[in-house]
Design a protein around this ligand. Structure first.
Ligand code: AOF
Ligand code: ZN
Length: 350
């Protein structure tokens, strides 16, 4: 096994906590000596022990770490946050070499962990290959705003529903499970008031029991006009209403209304950045998504294409706003889910 193989193993550890760590990154680690894996571990949940500490805790005898190599997907931290600095624990354990997937873009660490290790006689090497574990986390600390993903399902002829006013189920079970994974990978999910009215979605993650499910955000002109018997208001977790007028009555504990004169995508993204939201999934509708595209704020677009032709007057995907900003995308991948396909593209600058 080579360094990159052990790093791959560490990455597999990291993803076990998908959806559980916001606003912390996913981090995994593998401890190796004489080509033997001594222990593995990962960061399980926001506020809890870091990957390095969990890995060391799996050793039957702490002395085993002496002279070993630690593979960790992110630079060991150097600060006192909710947890003590990992670089100190790693050096104290007698680890000889630390192979790192990526440098931590968070300013409180950003190379200081590596510096500490080096100055305490621990060799370090950054080999790359783990940036994809934390696309939104990395983007957030580099660009100072959340990473925005648009998701929609459409027919072969590019329509998202049949007649414009009804919900049309386009994709099959496998694609729908994949959407669940997409929700799991995002800290917040946004829809417009029309989507709430027409689709009445749950916006929940049903494939994992999350202590903090993604925040559900509804963009509306007047929060008082929303139908509070909609399914979303019966779900667990925070619900934020972005409205131009304040709510005249309290709904439930988990519903918060924020007002602004005009909630443009730029304003929304700025507001979310101030609330430390690192990733946003925009699930609809067509016009809300077009606004994000027009503003140049659709960083990734995930399109599911189902094998049917709706024709007629169905609503087209991403429709109703002039594309003020031209964004160049590159193809990430194409994947088949039984009868449906998923196409993922990402802005070239991301
Ligand atoms: C690591 N290993 O497993 C994680 C790291 O408040 P704290 O103490 O939990 O610190 C959170 C910060 O620590 C987070 O923003 C990131 O910079 C780093 N996360 N570091 O060495 C880990 N989760
Ligand atoms: Zn740490």
């Amino acid at each position: 096994m080579q360094d990159k193989d052990y790093m791959q193993m560490a990455a597999q550890e990291a993803v076990k906590a998908e959806g559980m760590t916001w606003t912390n990154p996913l981090v995994g680690a593998v401890l190796v000596k004489n080509e033997q894996v001594l222990a593995t571990g990962y960061h399980h949940q926001y506020g809890r022990e870091h990957a390095e500490v969990n890995t060391l805790a799996h050793l039957s005898d702490p002395k085993e770490a002496q002279g070993a190599t630690l593979y960790v997907t992110l630079e060991p931290c150097s600060h006192y946050g909710k947890q003590p600095p990992c670089c100190k624990k790693v050096a104290e354990a007698g680890i000889k070499r630390v192979v790192i997937g990526q440098v931590d873009p968070h300013q409180i660490v950003a190379g200081k962990g590596i510096k500490y290790l080096e100055s305490h006689g621990v060799q370090t090497e950054v080999i790359g290959g783990t940036e994809n574990l934390n696309v939104a986390y990395n983007f957030f600390y580099r660009q100072k705003r959340p990473f925005v993903t648009l998701k929609y399902a459409m027919s072969i002829d590019g329509k998202i529903n049949a007649a414009g006013k009804t919900r049309t189920l386009l994709t099959g079970d496998a694609a729908q499970i994949d959407v669940q994974r997409l929700r799991l990978q995002n800290q917040a999910i946004l829809i417009g008031a029309n989507t709430l009215r027409i689709d009445n979605p749950l916006l929940t993650v049903r494939i994992k029991n999350l202590p903090q499910p993604p925040i559900k955000i509804v963009l509306t002109r007047d929060a008082n006009q929303l139908d509070f018997s909609s399914q979303i208001f019966k779900t667990r977790g925070e619900i934020w209403l972005l409205s131009t007028t304040n709510l005249s009555q309290k709904v439930t504990e988990n519903v918060h209304c924020y007002t602004a004169a005009n909630w443009t995508p730029t304003k929304i993204v700025q507001f979310l950045a101030e609330h430390e939201i690192q990733s946003l999934l925009v699930e609809g509708g067509s016009n809300v998504q077009a606004q994000f595209v027009a503003a140049g704020l659709a960083d990734e677009i995930v399109t599911y294409v189902a094998p049917l032709v709706l024709g007629g007057t169905g609503l087209p995907a991403v429709f109703g706003q002039p594309a003020a900003t031209k964004s160049d995308y590159q193809l990430l991948d194409v994947k088949r889910f039984n009868q449906d396909i998923r196409i993922r593209v990402r802005r070239k600058e991301c």
